[in-house]
Design a protein around this ligand. Structure first.
Ligand SMILES: *[C@@H]1O[C@H](CO)[C@@H](O)[C@H](O)[C@H]1NC(C)=O
Ligand SMILES: *[C@@H]1O[C@H](CO)[C@@H](O)[C@H](O)[C@H]1NC(C)=O
Length: 462
């Protein structure tokens, strides 16, 4: 300003000369400012205000804030290309960046959420973060859980794949069905078929919990018969106490309670776990078909578009103009084949379902779905876990295969449907006979193997 004022005092000629000179100077200054701004907007060129060797509090605070920003930016970009930050930073690393995502290790503690809201300010607006999880349902530190379950931790470390993924199943002697009065699927060794399926589809990252001596003996005898070069079946005897309320209920309840308990442990140890029933056929390796973009990616009991959620409506004629209304209907997921990622939100669903089942007898399937799908309302907060429903023509249940979309799958010789990844015999009592027909059809090329099976449970139904 003072230069401009002084220029007013000169004569006209001198004045114009000075104006040119000033304009040049001013122009250069603008270019210089622009260059500085350019440099400033490129973080890599930003001069570090901290030293890597600093030990004083202020410098460390600056360095920490800078690292945090860079980590947040990296985590967002990594997540966008389906790279799991935990694979690189280790499980629990979400504590470093928190509260931004609704999935993953996000929002792990209220302090983190507050802190994230204060430091992350996209487009000049404060971010909104979902409510933090109840600390009761957060995963405990992996090291602590490992110290309590050293054998299981070792097995997971040995058999998980390089993405820290494991297929986890449970079995007992009933699955072998030596005594047909004990099994209810008209006989047939489901365990043996499942083991053959693991081998056929080369699912090496599996782990089977064996709950009785008879099944354990079956597996060790089988391994001895087949010799050391055969496909290796990874199994162990879980050492988990069944909650008293489930102890006297149906065998299925005892099994589900054990399943949830092992699942909680594997998740807390940082393993993404595909829990599996045995009454299904993996025609190819399911790990090659996962999207890995949700806390829970599961097969469905749905056999049409309701599997994914569809809109429906009510019509109440006595209401006249206001007689309509829309609602969503979503079929329950089937935890007989469900990929649960090691995230706090997936864990919260599992733990809430397990705690409920430990307190009162219940059907795991129903309890799990209730916790996953019920919306937050009033004082009730859902775990806000995200769900992906597996493609129902890749992970097919037996009702869709034999009934709803029968014309696409059968007869086999003229089938128009693509080869499924998995078929689950959750809708039919003659499970094993149908498992065998699917194995014959897809593993052994007997195209008509399933053609004569009825659509329903009764002969002649379609
Ligand atoms: C089969 O199981 C039933 C019910 O537990 C038992 O009564 C029967 O003796 C068993 N049969 C054989 C051959 O073990
Ligand atoms: C089976 O999978 C393992 C581990 O992923 C791999 O090393 C092996 O080559 C596969 N075998 C076949 C026959 O594809």
């Amino acid at each position: 300003m003072s230069t401009m004022e002084s220029s007013k005092r000169g004569g006209p000629a001198r004045n114009s000369q000075r104006t040119i000179w000033l304009a040049l100077l001013f122009g250069q200054a603008i270019v210089a400012v622009a260059i500085i701004m350019l440099i400033r907007s490129r973080p890599s060129a930003h001069p570090q205000q901290w030293s890597e060797h600093a030990t004083d509090r202020d410098a460390l605070r600056l360095e920490g804030a800078d690292l945090k920003n860079r980590l947040e930016s990296w985590r967002r970009r990594a997540t966008a290309v389906a790279l799991d930050p935990n694979d690189i930073l280790g499980p629990g690393s979400g504590a470093l960046t928190n509260g931004i995502t609704s999935t993953g290790t996000g929002a792990i503690a209220s302090e983190d959420v507050v802190d994230a809201a204060a430091t992350c300010n996209p487009n000049g607006h404060p971010i909104t973060a979902v409510a933090p999880l109840n600390p009761k349902y957060l995963m405990r530190p992996a090291a602590e859980v490992e110290a309590e379950n050293p054998e299981f931790a070792q097995l997971l470390a040995t058999y998980a794949n390089d993405k820290r993924e494991i297929m986890l199943g449970l079995t007992n002697a009933v699955m072998i069905c030596k005594n047909t009065t004990l099994c209810w699927w008209n006989g047939g060794n489901i365990l043996e078929s499942f083991l053959e399926i693991l081998e056929r589809s080369n699912i090496t990252n599996h782990l089977i919990g064996v709950t009785d001596d008879q099944a354990a003996k079956y597996l060790s005898d089988r391994a001895a018969d087949r010799g050391p070069t055969a496909f290796k079946i990874n199994w162990f005897r879980p050492n988990v106490r069944i909650p008293d309320v489930q102890a006297n209920t149906r065998e299925a309840n005892r099994v589900s309670s054990l399943k949830f308990s092992l699942l909680q442990t594997s998740l807390q140890l940082g393993y993404h776990t595909l829990i599996t029933d045995m009454d299904l056929v993996y025609i190819s390796n399911p790990f090659n078909e996962l999207h890995r973009d949700a806390d829970i990616e599961s097969s469905s009991d749905g056999f049409d578009t309701m599997a994914y959620g569809r809109i429906n409506s009510v019509h109440d004629p006595t209401m006249g103009w206001g007689g309509g209304g829309l609602f969503m209907e979503t079929f329950t997921i089937n935890v007989g084949c469900a990929y649960i990622r090691a995230t706090h939100r997936a864990f919260a669903v599992v733990k809430r379902a397990a705690d409920e089942l430990a307190a009162q007898p219940g059907w795991d399937q129903q309890v799990f779905n209730t916790h996953l799908l019920t919306q937050s309302h009033g004082e009730y907060a859902s775990p806000y876990a995200t769900l992906r429903v597996m493609d129902i023509d890749k992970f097919v249940n037996s009702k869709r295969y034999f009934r709803t979309r029968r014309d696409a799958y059968l007869p086999g010789a003229s089938s128009s449907a693509p080869t499924p990844v998995m078929v689950h015999f959750n809708y039919h009592p003659d499970k094993h006979a149908r498992m065998l027909c699917i194995m014959d059809r897809y593993f052994r090329g007997k195209l008509d193997a399933c053609d004569t099976f009825p659509g329903g449970s009764d002969p002649g139904t379609r």
